[in-house]
Design a protein around this ligand. Structure first.
Ligand code: FEO
Length: 508
C-alpha cells in the first residue's frame, strides 16, 4: 500500500500497531509506531529511508507492487538506526551498486550493522544538493544527535517538503497519515512523550538546529517525519512547539514519585500531595508509584513539572532500586531549571532520603529540605507531611496570587505563615552542583588550560573538576579519562573531543 503525500511523493512505509518497546525496553510504545519511507519520482527516482528490519520482506513486496526496483536512482539514508535503515540489506541485495547518500557518521553505523563496506556510499554535508530533475533539488542538512550523531534531514525544493526523520516525529500509529486527520490529543501526547523521553538531553542542539533551518528562509509546506504522522496542516506548529519544549520547559505542575516497602512512604506521598493542594489549588499534582506506573509517563510528567518530590523507603541503608533507576534516568535527561525535594520513611536509619537528596542536587535540581518519618507515620507525622507539602508549595508557587490560606485538618482555616526563606528550606551545607562547578571553572578558565572541548556540542572537560558522575575524579588528566567516557551533554565518546585552546585558535 502506498499513500499519496504530494505531487510525485508517495509514502511507502510500514505501520506497526503491535510494537511495545523501543531501545530495548527503555521506551514503552503505548500507541504503536510507523516507519515512514518515501518514494519521490521526478526525472530521478529517489527512496528516502527504509523501514525496521523486521519488516524487510513486507517493505520490498509493497515497493515492488509500486515500482520496478531497478528504477530507483539512489537511496537517501537520513539516519542509520535500524528502525529506518533496517531493510537496506534486503533492498541492496536486489539493487546492488545503487548509490546511497548519507552523512559520514552514518557509513560507520550502516557498515557496522549490515557489514557491507562495498556498498556505493556517497557522503553529504549540510548545504550539499542533488538535482533530481523537473527543476527540483534535494538539500541535505546534518542534524547530529537528533537523534544519533549520524542523523540528517533532507529538504525537497519546489514541493517544500522537509524529510525530518526522527525530529518532529512520534511513536504513534494510525491508518491516517496526516496530522489534521488524527486525534489531536493523542498526537500531542505522543509528541511530548517522544520529546521528553528521548530528545530532552539534546534540547540546546534542537534549538540551534531549528534556528539554522529557519535561517535558510525556505518555505516549508510539509514536514514528513519518519515516525507517525506527516505535518501538513500548519506544519511549523511542531517546530514552534519544539522551541518551547527545548527552552527549559515547565508548567505549573508538581510530580511526586516514590517506591514504598510497607506503604509508609506512600502515606507520606499522599499527605504531601494534600498539603500542596491545600495552599495552591491551581497547581497540577501527579503522584506515581515507580514500581507500578509507566516509567515514560512519569518522566513525561517530570518534564512538564516545575518541581518534583522523590520518595523511598530505606532498604539496606540505600534507596529502593526502582527509585535509583529513575534518578539515573533523570540525571541522563539533564532537566534544567527545576526544583526537587526528597522524602521517605525509615526504620533503623534514613540513608535513602539523604542519597536521593544528593543525587537530585548532582543532577542539577534546586533542592529543598528533605523530610524523613520513622516507621509508619502516626497522626502527628501525617500532619507534618501535609505541612511540609504546604511549605514547599508556597516556596515553589509561580506567584502568591491564588495561594489559599492553609486549612487545618479540622477544616478550619488558619493564618498562612510567612513563606520560609529559601535558605531555611535548604540543607545547612549548600551542595554545589556539577553544573555550578562547571560554571565556576569556566569563569576561571586559564589561557594555558589542559581542557578538552566536545566538537559536537561545545561541552568542556576541565581536568580540575573531572566528571564524578562517570567516576572521573577531579584532577584527572584527559589522557587518563577512561575510554568509556561520554560527553555529558551529547553522549558522544572521547574521539569527538579536541584540545580546547587549539580549537579556540582555529575558530579565531
Ligand atoms: Fe527512529 Fe533514532 O530512530
Amino acid at each position: 500500500m502506498t499513500i499519496h503525500v504530494k505531487n510525485n511523493i508517495h509514502w511507502v512505509g510500514q505501520r506497526d500497531w503491535e510494537v511495545q518497546d523501543f531501545h530495548g525496553t527503555e521506551y514503552k510504545m503505548t500507541k504503536g509506531t510507523s516507519y515512514n519511507s518515501y518514494l519521490i519520482r521526478e526525472e530521478k527516482t529517489v527512496l528516502i529511508d527504509t523501514v525496521d528490519h523486521r519488516f524487510s520482506h513486507q517493505f520490498l513486496l509493497n515497493l515492488e507492487m509500486e515500482i520496478d526496483l531497478n528504477e530507483i536512482d539512489f537511496v537517501v539514508v537520513n539516519h542509520a538506526e535500524e528502525d529506518h535503515s533496517g531493510a537496506l540489506s534486503a533492498l541492496m541485495e536486489k539493487i546492488p551498486g545503487t548509490p546511497i547518500y548519507c552523512t559520514e557518521a552514518a557509513i560507520d553505523s550502516i557498515v557496522g550493522h549490515h557489514h557491507h563496506p562495498e556498498w556505493n556510499f556517497n557522503t553529504v554535508k549540510t548545504g550539499d544538493t542533488i538535482d533530481i530533475g523537473n527543476g527540483k533539488q534535494l538539500i541535505f542538512i546534518e542534524a547530529p544527535m537528533l537523534h544519533w550523531p549520524d542523523s540528517m534531514m533532507t529538504y525537497l525544493t519546489g514541493d517544500a517538503v522537509l524529510f525530518s526523520n526522527d525530529a518532529f516525529g512520534q511513536h504513534y500509529c494510525d491508518e491516517h497519515l496526516f496530522n489534521d486527520e488524527v486525534d489531536q490529543n493523542e498526537l500531542m501526547d505522543q509528541c511530548l512523550r517522544y520529546y521528553s523521553n528521548i530528545l530532552t538531553p539534546f534540547s540546546h542542539l534542537v534549538t540551534a538546529k531549528i534556528k539554522e533551518v529557519l535561517s535558510f528562509n525556505v518555505p516549508v509546506d510539509m514536514i514528513a517525519t519518519s515516525h507517525g504522522i506527516v505535518w501538513r496542516d500548519n506544519p511549523t506548529q511542531i517546530v514552534h512547539q519544539y522551541l518551547e519544549w527545548a527552552d527549559n520547559y515547565q508548567e505549573d505542575r508538581i510530580t511526586i514519585f516514590y517506591d514504598s516497602m510497607s506503604n509508609n512512604t506512600r502515606m507520606m506521598a499522599d499527605a504531601i500531595a494534600q498539603g500542596i493542594h491545600d495552599v495552591d489549588p491551581k497547581v497540577a499534582v501527579k503522584v506515581f508509584n515507580v514500581s507500578k506506573h509507566d516509567k515514560n509517563e512519569i518522566l513525561a510528567n517530570v518534564f512538564r513539572s516545575k518541581g518534583l518530590f522523590v520518595g523511598s523507603s530505606t532498604m539496606n541503608n540505600v534507596m529502593m532500586p526502582k527509585v535509583a533507576g529513575m534518578l539515573e534516568e533523570i540525571t541522563g535527561l539533564r532537566f534544567k531549571g527545576k526544583k526537587a525535594a526528597a522524602f521517605g520513611s525509615y526504620g533503623w536509619n534514613g540513608g535513602a532520603v539523604d542519597r536521593i537528596h544528593a543525587r537530585l542536587t548532582d543532577a542539577g535540581f534546586e533542592t529543598a529540605l528533605s523530610l524523613k518519618t520513622k516507621w509508619r507515620p502516626d497522626g502527628k507525622a501525617m500532619r507534618e507531611c501535609r505541612e511540609h507539602g504546604r511549605q514547599i508549595a508556597r516556596l515553589w508557587a509561580v506567584s502568591d496570587t491564588g495561594l489559599a490560606k492553609a486549612a487545618t485538618d479540622s477544616g478550619q482555616s488558619e493564618p498562612v505563615p510567612a513563606t520560609p526563606a529559601v535558605s531555611e528550606l535548604l540543607p545547612q551545607e549548600k551542595h554545589q552542583t556539577a553544573q555550578e562547578k562547571h560554571q565556576t571553572a569556566q569563569e576561571k578558565h586559564p589561557d594555558d588550560c589542559q581542557c578538552m572541548i566536545c566538537t559536537v556540542c561545545n561541552w568542556v572537560y576541565y581536568p580540575d573538576i573531572g566528571e564524578p558522575n562517570q567516576g572521573v575524579e577531579p584532577g584527572t588528566a584527559w589522557s587518563d579519562v577512561p575510554d568509556y567516557f561520554l560527553c555529558p551533554e551529547c553522549n558522544l565518546g572521547k574521539d569527538v573531543f579536541a584540545d580546547h585552546n587549539k580549537s579556540s585558535e582555529e575558530a579565531a
